[in-house]
Design a protein around this ligand. Structure first.
Ligand SMILES: CC(C)(COP(=O)(O)OP(=O)(O)OC[C@H]1O[C@@H](n2cnc3c(N)ncnc32)[C@H](O)[C@@H]1OP(=O)(O)O)[C@@H](O)C(=O)NCCC(=O)NCCS
Length: 210
């Protein structure tokens, strides 16, 4: 068993603790120490904040870490800091029930794939992405890094996605579209055209509002 910590201690961090517990039910892999945040000793669900950022940045212990944060920009900033410490490893945490053609799906590091996701085939995924519950990712899709897909987002086939995007819950992106970086797609929106400018897009069809 390897020691692991969750960076952050909010609602999504608690869901990541549930994901780790679920992985351990199938095969005991992780010794979850708790969360990394400032208020050491505070509990969230079963686990407590055990150490702060400064400790993680400088630790000499070999440790695995995973992000439990729902903000793409913050994940990028913190991962660039923590990756400097060679003692920290960022595994891909993939729920054991996920359906996917794993021989033809590539993952970087630090990705989280929660329960209920379906990824089909010939898919490339960068690093530090979060696939929350029940998303679908279609064939020949290429996803950069630091993207967050909230529950039940549907990413069709042949899509290219940049970095630091947030796809709201229940949003749909239609096939063969390109989504640049730093884009927020509102909950329930349907993207029907390429998004080439960063900003906030909502509605059916999704239009830029900010
Ligand atoms: C798109 C989003 C980020 C906009 O948030 P915001 O910047 O705070 O914007 P506001 O709430 O001020 O909304 C601005 C306008 O867009 C509309 N709007 C917001 N979200 C919308 C959505 N998903 N679909 C359609 N219209 C939406 C608002 O009604 C408002 O319209 P108005 O100006 O006519 O009153 C947010 O509404 C959203 O959908 N976030 C995703 C949430 C999510 O996935 N949650 C799951 C967590 S696990």
């Amino acid at each position: 068993m390897k020691d692991i910590v969750i960076i952050g201690s909010g609602g999504f961090a608690k869901e990541v603790s549930f994901l780790i517990d679920d992985i351990n039910k199938v095969q005991k892999q992780w010794n979850l120490l708790g969360y990394i945040d400032n208020k050491i000793g505070e509990y969230n669900g079963r686990y407590q904040i055990v150490k702060n950022d400064k400790w993680l940045e400088n630790t000499q212990e070999k440790i695995s870490a995973v992000f439990g944060i729902g903000d793409p920009g913050l994940i990028k900033k913190l991962s660039e800091k923590f990756i400097q410490n060679p003692n920290i490893d960022f595994p891909n945490l993939i729920h054991p029930g996920i359906i996917g053609d794993f021989e033809r799906i590539s993952f970087g590091k630090g990705n989280i794939v929660c329960a209920g996701n379906i990824l089909t085939t010939d898919i490339q995924i960068g690093s530090f992405n979060i696939f929350n519950l029940n998303c679908t990712i279609g064939h020949d899709t290429v996803i950069g890094s630091y993207n967050i897909f909230n529950p039940t987002a549907n990413i069709s086939g042949g899509i290219l996605i940049g970095e630091k995007n947030l796809v709201g819950t229940g949003a749909q992106i239609l096939q063969y579209l390109k989504i640049t970086s730093n884009v927020i797609i509102g909950a329930g929106s349907v993207v029907t055209k390429d998004i080439i400018e960063s900003g906030v897009y909502v509605g059916i069809p999704a239009k830029k509002i900010k």
